[in-house]
Every structure is written in structure tokens, then in C-alpha cells.
Design a protein around this ligand. Sequence first.
Ligand SMILES: [Fe+2]
Length: 221
Amino acid sequence: MSKAKFKKNHFLVIKEAVDPKVAEFVYNYFLMKRQVCQTFYDFRYINPYNVDYGTWTDAQVPNTYSHYADIAMETLLLQVQPKMEKLTGLKLNPTYSYARIYKMGDVLHRHKDRFSCEISTTMNLGGDEWPIYLENKKNVGTVEDGFPAKTDNKGTKIILKPGDMLVYKGMILEHWREAFIGKDCAQVFYITIINFLLEQMIIYLTKDRTLVYQIGLRVKK
Ligand SMILES: [Fe+2]
């Protein structure tokens, strides 16, 4: 049922993909990590270019805390992967995780994801509610990360509770969020890819160190 729905609509919502109590724990952990990171920068325990504890330098959402491949997020990814595979009917190869704590006034402009984001997901960890919108027509928009698109279609509004996850084809469906009116909202993104050869090519070409976590995990298996 959900497989057919995903095939037709290119998205699906998994309610309580992780237990809301687990989401709450990870949310509090991530708020604390942001605070620790800020302290490390303020007191110069780490140099300003060190992003091991996160960063505020992501150009897509300026001055908002974000983190590639935090180990807790990677662990959650492995936990939800079987559920994602079962409901989409796809064998997925994780490429990376990425998490942000959005702040008041943040906007996510209409965009499609780049080619390494064949199947994108966003999971709400906690904080204030912030809907995400999906464009229903797959031929609308261009694959230009972070660039405003040409249409103002209303799209499908999706509200996620802590622990809920949206799985969508980010390369096909344009997606966005309107100006955030809450205080904090933490989301974690899991980016996976269906085509194993394409994934290997990306790892080889990008030499992205965030992929090292996943490679390390696989080698360990
Ligand atoms: Fe995106």
C-alpha cells in the first residue's frame, strides 16, 4: 500500500519513525551540543574553521546551527533505515546525515536537491512546529539547491510531530518552508541513494569526509 503510494506520489510520511521520547532525548542532546559548540568558539577552545562540533556557516540557511554526520544522528539513521526500506519498497544506501536547529525567521527557499540526494528524508526532532511544503508536479522547478523557483504553487503542506519522518524524492519534487515563527526547531535529514554504483561514484569523486562515517560503519559490518 505505502509502496504504491510512494511510487505514485514520490513521498510518504512515516508517523513515529522513532519513538517521540527518543526524538526528545536527541533534541535535547542537539540543543546542548549547539551550546557547547558556541562555548568552544567563544573561548577559543577550537579554531573558527573547526566544524567538528557543528557550524553556523551554511549558506543555505545563514547563521543557523547545523551539523554533518553527528554520530547520534548517524545511529538514528541506521535505526530507521529498515523501516524506510520496507515502506518505500527500495533498497537504500545511506550517503549522509545532516541536522539543523532552525531559528525564528529562517526560510527554506523552494528548491530541488542535488544528484546525491536521490531519496531525501527529514525528521522532526523537537521544538516548535514548522510545516514543510512539497510541489505536487514533478516537472516544476530546477535542480538548483537553495535558489528561489519560478512558481508560487501552494503545494502540499506537511506537519511533522517529533519522531515523524517525511521521505521524498528531493531531486524530483520541489520543496520549501515558509518563514519560521517559532524559537527553535530541530530537523535531521537522511540522504540515501538507490543506485549503488552511482553512490560509489559520488564517494570516489567527492571524497567527502562526512561519508567516512558510513563507510566505516559498513566496513565494520
Ligand atoms: Fe532539499
